[in-house]
Design a protein around this ligand. Structure first.
Ligand code: SF4
Length: 307
């Protein structure tokens, strides 16, 4: 992580949103396909906690974080609140904390017991984690979680090494490979977040080629799921990059093409992040049409024939 770049990221930031320590930022149920004719329902909880220590150029997740650590009981209350707000059965928990589950300043070590208890009877727990925090303790936690499977989601973002470095991610592709080796050898499933049209990707064609190469790298690292994230601009350093011609938000048409490109070049499962989807433009269909189409894609692994 470059100190100079980190300072530029901080200097360009605006205001933080109001976030309570004992309430999740958001929670919702969503379906993910697992085979061509079956899907699982996940309770996704966007946990309120202390902000991530990395300073990635495109990250806007800090807006919904706190400047102090939360307690174990805060985490417990947040999970209970999310369960109470989302009636119905779910088999998976996505515990997303806008940072790393194994960052002890963000999620207290004792809170892992709370998460273990909450997961009893579920099939899978998915947590976010920076590749730099892929350590033995992750494997030990997975063993305690068994028979619930642990899946670790990492922000790979791109297989383009120059863009990855300029994003200030704090790891290189070799670090990512090593993290996958350690997690894979510990029997942990892996998911990679991938940006659709990151900064310094100057055309839709270049963005699609980047998706193809990133899917190939993830497959080589035995990643099981790719989640495509349309790169969001409009804040902090991203606004400056946009004004300088180094970034342009992807449209929904490109997002759909990226999903198809990933499906064609990745043997595992592909998902599309539909958070805040309405901000992205489309020339082919109405935005609401696209949301329904992407949600269908996430449930079935293909687009409905009329979308
Ligand atoms: S590691 Fe993830 S959460 Fe942390 S700053 Fe980077 S993109 Fe944001």
């Amino acid at each position: 992580m470059s100190l100079e770049l980190s300072e530029s990221v901080l200097a360009a930031r605006g205001e933080r949103n109001r976030v309570a320590a004992d309430r999740p930022v958001a929670s919702f149920l969503e379906d993910e396909w697992v085979t061509s004719d079956s899907s699982k329902r996940a309770l996704t909880v966007l946990i309120a906690n202390r902000e991530c220590p990395w300073r990635c150029v495109m990250c806007d997740l800090w807006q919904n974080t706190l400047t102090r650590s939360v307690s174990t009981s805060d985490i417990e209350t947040q999970l209970q609140h999310a369960a109470g707000m989302n009636a119905g059965n779910f088999q998976w928990l996505k515990f997303y904390n806008s940072g790393s589950f194994f960052d002890r300043a963000a999620i207290p070590t004792k809170a892992r017991d709370v998460v273990l208890r909450f997961c009893r009877g579920l099939e899978r727990l998915i947590v976010e984690n920076h590749p730099g925090l892929a350590r033995r303790e992750v494997v030990e936690f997975a063993a305690r979680l068994h028979p619930v499977r642990l899946e670790v989601a990492m922000g790979l973002e791109t297989a383009n090494p120059r863009i990855l470095e300029r994003l200030n991610k704090g790891f290189d592709l070799n670090d990512f490979r090593k993290a996958c080796q350690l997690l894979g050898s510990g029997g942990i499933d892996m998911r990679a977040f991938v940006l659709v049209r990151p900064p310094w990707s100057y055309s839709d064609q270049a963005a699609l080629e980047d998706i193809r190469q990133t899917a190939a790298l993830a497959a080589d690292c035995r990643v099981g799921t790719l989640t495509l994230i349309p790169t969001r601009g409009g804040s902090g350093l991203m606004k400056q990059l946009e004004n300088q011609g180094h970034f342009s938000e992807p449209g929904l048409d490109l997002l759909k093409d990226a999903a198809l490109m990933a499906r064609g070049n990745f043997p595992g499962r592909v998902q599309v992040d539909t958070w805040d989807l309405e901000r992205f433009r489309s020339t082919r269909k109405s935005t609401s049409g696209h949301r329904a189409g992407f949600e269908y894609f996430n449930r079935h692994g293909e687009f409905p024939t009329r979308t």
